[in-house]
Write a protein that binds this ligand. Sequence first.
Ligand code: FAD
Ligand code: NAP
Ligand code: FMN
Ligand code: NAG
Ligand code: NAG
Ligand code: NAG
Ligand code: NAG
Length: 682
Amino acid sequence: MAFDPLDVAVLCCLVASVVLYSKKDKIISFLRGSEALDPLIGVSSNGSKDLLEIIEANKKDFLILYGSQTGTAEDYCKKFAKELHSRFKELHILCGDFDNFDFEDPNTLGNLVGKVKCLVIFMSTYGEGELPDPCANFDDYLNNVLESDELKNLPIMIFGLGNSTYEFFNGAAMKLKEKLVDEAGAKLIGQIGAADDSIGNTEEEYVSWKDAAFELIEQEFNLKGGENLLFEPMYEYINYNGADTKVFKGELNKNYLSAEKDKKHIGPFDQSYPFLAEVSESKELCNPVSGRNCVHVEFDISSSNIKYETGDHLGVIPQNAQEHVSNFLQTLNLNADEVFDLHLKDPTSTLPFPVPTNIETAVTNYLEITGPVSRQTISQIVQFIPESEESIRQRLVEISSSAETFHKEIIEAHLNFADCLQYVSSTFNWGQYIPWTFLLETIPSLKPRFYSISSSNLYDNNKIHITAMVEVTDADKLVGGVTTNLLNEINKGSNSKSLPLHYNLSGPRGLYKAESYKLPIFVRKSTFKLPDNADTPVIMIGPGTGVAPFRGFVRDRLVENSDSEMILFYGSRNIDDHLYKEEWESQYNGLSNLKVFNAYSRDPSMPKTYVQKLMLDQKDLIMNALKKGAFVYVCGDAGTMAKQVNDTLISIVSDKQEISVEDAHEMIKFMKLNGRYHEDVW
Ligand SMILES: Cc1cc2nc3c(=O)[nH]c(=O)nc-3n(C[C@H](O)[C@H](O)[C@H](O)COP(=O)(O)OP(=O)(O)OC[C@H]3O[C@@H](n4cnc5c(N)ncnc54)[C@H](O)[C@@H]3O)c2cc1C
Ligand SMILES: NC(=O)c1ccc[n+]([C@@H]2O[C@H](COP(=O)([O-])OP(=O)(O)OC[C@H]3O[C@@H](n4cnc5c(N)ncnc54)[C@H](OP(=O)(O)O)[C@@H]3O)[C@@H](O)[C@H]2O)c1
Ligand SMILES: Cc1cc2nc3c(=O)[nH]c(=O)nc-3n(C[C@H](O)[C@H](O)[C@H](O)COP(=O)(O)O)c2cc1C
Ligand SMILES: *[C@@H]1O[C@H](CO)[C@@H](O)[C@H](O)[C@H]1NC(C)=O
Ligand SMILES: *[C@@H]1O[C@H](CO)[C@@H](O)[C@H](O)[C@H]1NC(C)=O
Ligand SMILES: *[C@@H]1O[C@H](CO)[C@@H](O)[C@H](O)[C@H]1NC(C)=O
Ligand SMILES: *[C@@H]1O[C@H](CO)[C@@H](O)[C@H](O)[C@H]1NC(C)=O
């Protein structure tokens, strides 16, 4: 959860004069006027954040924690906890988010030694090999509180999630090993898992790490390993007959269930309580001949108290397209209107989404029903198919037992969950056998998507702009991005009939209806910020949508009336997808020292050009700016662009300064450490 330190300080002073609140969540729930923590967030019913207290009160003896930014680590962690529970009934497992606990003295991890059999951690990596945002407290504990030998002999297992296109591959998991094992003396069991998104092996790495982990756990703790892998629901499923006003129809927070449509929401807003922002303006940035769509969207935040800074990220919470929803409901023969409630069987677990709700709403608003299907999920389905349906069982086993086959037949064909079942058999009655209770807890929850804010908080008062490239992977099979196609439909408005995907834009109970439409959003702080001193020169490199935050930077400086040097290297395929072309050509003339260089990579009238080439052409300009203390910013593709730009800079510095590549490398590294080289890459 992103929370500006300054805001917290101001809030604390305000609140302290009324009553002494010391904890962030308490401040937030105080400001929102709701006493109890949301069951979706809170770990135990009374909102305690003391891990040891919760473990003792709930008689737990096995701890599994996750640190996750976009939910991947969370999904795998919960899967792991569930499977471990169904295999080894004698373990009493507590599974939770690092964000849900305090690690300040005296609630340290050291308290757990001797109280739990083992600590298993699932951790993803962000930034320069850092822990995800929700782990801020825990990171602080690792850096400043954890003592040497504090975890002497505490058995620990670590599974890291990362993407090797980033420089610090699985840096957070490595940091855990260094701190918890090497320094604090915990006993590492087995290998550290290192999932790699870039080669799409997260699931495969997880499965093999998990299989090994179960064996090690069985040996280490002398367990009687049951082979029982049959599905056992985590929640009590109840048909709901209560008042309709209590039923969630896609609202993301109970504050939006209120009958008063025009109730003012004052936040603070975050992923669990987003702001419903009206799209006050939108436009297409690509020419039709480009064959692509890139949508510029402006959100009105004037009634929200939301503060952001240029360079922050915007979280947008989407819903699934109607085409995908009906395909899912039909394939699984689900009763869209069935209203249900879920009760926790274990008070330390959390609900997957707001309830009571109905099946159609859950499929539309709360579950990630598109995207590549998981091999493990397909293999779990076999248990529900009766022996009499031997051919179906056989097909499921056939495609899911080998990673290679699965990849070739399912992943490469871009099949989602429902598509995959239809591929196995389009006539079989899947819904007769696969229970909804299995689906609602096996299909991952629908995640927010992040966008680099392309407006300036100084120039664009009360507005947040984003620049989203519409993702279409296979138009014929309706494979496309959930959020970007939603934004595209909002932009196309009444012309949207011809689009392949359609959404219920009016939202739950018409809540999103406005002059245009509203969408649930929240701001996430970033460190991608202009230098404090407006006279410092900046070098900005952002091909494609990577230009988004730089548009904000330039608008900032327009307000500051700065005449300092701003150098932008931009690239697009050709003139037809040249984002904000007219703006660059006319709107920023007030900046006497703005220099923009454009590279076209697919213009037949010129050789393929990337930003790196233009940077080499401007060696002297770049070197002079660096000598004057310029800050460097790189935004966009992390795959190859960011690395090549880094290498280009190194070669420019080495060439112009006549120093070795190694020394130039050290210099760039030094710039990074000192906050003079920033990356916002994805
Ligand atoms: C910090 C940060 C900043 C970002 N800034 C920007 C920005 O400024 N502008 C921008 O445009 N993006 C930005 N992104 C990317 C953005 O968050 C989204 O990832 C992107 O817009 C796609 O989201 P979506 O919901 O449309 O697609 P998703 O639904 O997430 O789908 C992702 C891709 O998978 C494909 N797909 C769907 N189903 C399948 C299947 N079964 N098999 C194979 N492929 C499938 C889709 O077509 C799509 O291409 C940023 C990301 C991060 C992390
Ligand atoms: N890793 C990938 O496979 C990949 C590919 C595309 C987009 N993306 C994602 O989409 C975001 C931006 O997408 P977009 O649609 O706005 O971009 P885009 O329009 O596809 O690309 C913008 C420009 O960058 C060029 N480019 C490609 N690779 C480059 C490199 N290594 N160095 C410098 N320039 C390069 C493109 O050239 P070309 O004519 O060669 O494409 C194009 O001219 C990226 O940040 C990334 O997350 C990822
Ligand atoms: C903006 C961004 C930065 C990332 N930085 C790193 C990194 O430095 N090292 C790494 O190994 N993986 C990095 N990743 C990859 C994520 O750790 C990986 O996708 C992981 O599966 C995400 O898990 P989560 O959804 O639980 O947060 C990054 C991903 C994004 C989107
Ligand atoms: C609830 O809170 C009280 C006081 O903070 C504590 O003593 C009690 O043990 C807690 N109960 C549970 C179940 O966590
Ligand atoms: C949109 O969703 C609401 C429920 O939230 C529903 O009443 C309405 O019928 C839906 N509209 C369409 C076009 O499906
Ligand atoms: C890994 O990172 C690269 C660079 O951002 C990106 O192109 C790729 O899609 C990522 N892999 C996955 C599966 O997210
Ligand atoms: C930048 O380049 C240097 C030298 O080639 C390399 O060691 C470093 O990992 C690179 N950094 C990034 C972010 O790619």
